[in-house]
Design a protein around this ligand. Sequence first.
Ligand code: SF4
Length: 409
Amino acid sequence: MSHWPRRKTFHVNVGGVAIGSDYPLVIQSMTDTDTSDVESTVEQIKRLVDAGSEIVRITVNNDEAAKSVSSIKIRLIDDGVSVPLVGDFHYNGHLLLKQYPECATALAKYRINPGNVGSKHRDANFQKIIEVAIHNDTPVRIGVNWGSLDQRLLAEAMDINAGKSLPKSSDQVVIDTIVESALRSAELAEEIGLAQDMIILSAKVSAVPELIQVYQRLASKCEYPLHLGLTEAGLGLKGVVSTSTAVAPLLIQGIGDTLRVSLTPQPNGNRAEEVLVAKQVLQSLQIRSFEPQVTSCPGCGRTSSTLFQEMTLEIQDYIRMNMPVWSNEYPGVEEMTVAVMGCVVNGPGESKHANLGISLPGNAEDPKAPVYVDGQHHTTLSGEGLVQEFKGIIEDYVADNFKKVEQNV
Ligand code: SF4
């Protein structure tokens, strides 16, 4: 049960995945393969799904990509993967969705950027996409991005602001315009005939304070579900920290119904890292649980050897290796907590807060490691087989405390 009540929203069905305040917050990701390369795209989607992505977005940027969408979906279904696919459209979505109806029906949601639906006939092109969505009973995400904000709207807002006695800063006008663009586009989609519960909104910016302001404003002005994420978060540590600091304040206000972490991968890196980060953000806030969490101290001058770091890593790997089996056989195991601590200062106390904890001996301490189970001293380990014995205690705890689901054979 989450500590943070969700903001009330409409509920949108995206290819069988329910999105909105009465449903778990959904993790999304996006491929970076060329969509016309069916083989690579299918393989990457499968890796994203294996990592925990519940909806996957793919670029549909040209005829070849549009032609490939239904083949990608068929290949996934043949391989037992039923993840909803979202088509990402810019500039030519109104043409591709009309020209390739099998693409339009294979997709579970269309992502439209109101700033990129064609400069001359923007509203007419937007209308065509919405009409296809209505025809196919397919929801849309109206995703405004400050990198491609509707310049017409922005210019209007800047002019109006310039005429005020107390004009706002240009950054504030941009924020106003992002919110306005998303809400106006949703209103237009409803006027065309799309139902309220077929619309999800997002408003992506790459600066943390502005992102928080934009989503707070959107959340206060509508009941559409919101897709959350810091766009263009960046590489590695910067991307992870920026995303976490941007989305956490919103999530604890109950804002956000889907989450995507937009990390720049290392060259030939693992695209699925963005899914792992999204899961960890949600689990750290106790919004959803995906795998048992290992608590460990940072170590200090009292730490007697590298055993403490090595053991933490080994226990985490051991849990991850077992999770494919445990998550099927022992429902609830993902909420288990394990502590691996470096010395007696905080070791016993922290260990007692976890389901299972071990306090390793620090400098000049008796070379013994007390183990705690559900807050009670369980045993004391020592010697070379200590890590292996602790794994055995974890395994017994899982079997004893998480009811096994009978498998039909
Ligand atoms: S638990 Fe002990 S080893 Fe770990 S950081 Fe605290 S004092 Fe240092």
